[in-house]
Design a protein around this ligand. Structure first.
Ligand code: ADP
Ligand code: MG
Length: 248
């Protein structure tokens, strides 16, 4: 099968500081890729560059998605093509309910369903995520706990069914039950067509979702790649041995 995402030699900077120094990454439909690395190594920057967040300036390289060159496409356009990102710190949107936000996002993608069907779908997904149905009427993320915000991100992912979902530390700061709930949502989303990039520091979320590839980023470069065994090795030994190899 063809590539879903192909990143060629991506360089990016924020405020004149070079953060990504030549990232290459290829993802096929159905694959789960994990990105790990010490704080400040460029993981979130990479996620933001894939989503075309204008704060991050891509200075070199190309990004292809689903057979098209999306290097020049805006965030909106990329989202409509099937890219989705769950944020480390989701924004609050006073005045817009969870339900309306998701419905508008679906309409923007040209997906029209009756309100009844939409409600049935969102309530089904909320049940899966242990969210009370009344949450859909609350303003997006306003007064939500950390765990509720993360679950709301997963709810959006399940409702929008992107082709590629990028989860930036969606499991951080969650209690064990909430991590399990997020994993359940991710499992529900994944199939042979949908792919995911999971940025994480913890192997907890990967207990039920076995990654196909693990990439370690350091100083804006991928310095180590492997399979699931790398997650356990990092959990036990930290990053020093990998970062050391890079400098050897
Ligand atoms: P990670 O997600 O791996 O912890 P980030 O990609 O968030 O790392 O950050 C990589 C580097 O880029 C850090 O030095 C960070 O301070 C810097 N950086 C990231 N985003 C911004 C921003 N919006 N403004 C200024 N510096 C930033
Ligand atoms: Mg980060």
């Amino acid at each position: 099968m063809g590539d879903l995402l192909r990143i060629n030699n991506v360089h990016a900077r924020v405020e004149d500081k070079e953060i990504l120094n030549g990232i290459n990454l290829t993802i096929h439909p159905g694959e789960v890729h994990v990105i790990m690395g010490p704080n400040g190594s460029g993981k979130s920057t990479l996620a933001n560059v894939i989503m075309a967040n204008p704060v991050y300036e891509m200075t070199e390289g190309e990004i292809f998605f689903d057979g098209e060159d999306i290097t020049e496409d805006s965030t909106d356009k990329r989202a409509r093509k099937g890219l989705f990102m769950s944020f480390q710190s989701p924004q609050e949107l006073a005045g817009i309910s969870v339900e309306n936000f998701i419905r508008q996002a679906k309409l923007a993608r040209g997906e029209r369903t009756s309100l009844t069907k939409f409600r049935r779908a969102i309530e089904g997904e909320m049940e899966l995520l242990d969210m009370k149905p009344e949450y859909k009427e609350r303003y997006l993320n306003v007064g939500f706990s950390g765990g509720e915000k993360k679950k709301t991100e997963i709810l959006q992912m399940l409702m929008l069914q992107p082709k590629l979902a990028i989860l930036d530390e969606t499991d951080s700061g969650l209690d064990v039950d909430a991590v399990r709930t997020v994993s359940r949502g991710l499992k529900e989303y994944l199939n042979e067509e949908n792919a995911a990039i999971i940025i994480t520091h913890h192997r907890e979320i990967l207990k039920e979702i076995e990654p196909d590839y693990v990439h370690v980023i350091y100083n804006g470069k991928i310095v180590k790649e492997g399979g699931n065994e790398l997650v356990d090795e990092i959990e036990e030994r930290g990053f020093g041995w990998i970062v050391g190899e890079e400098h050897a």
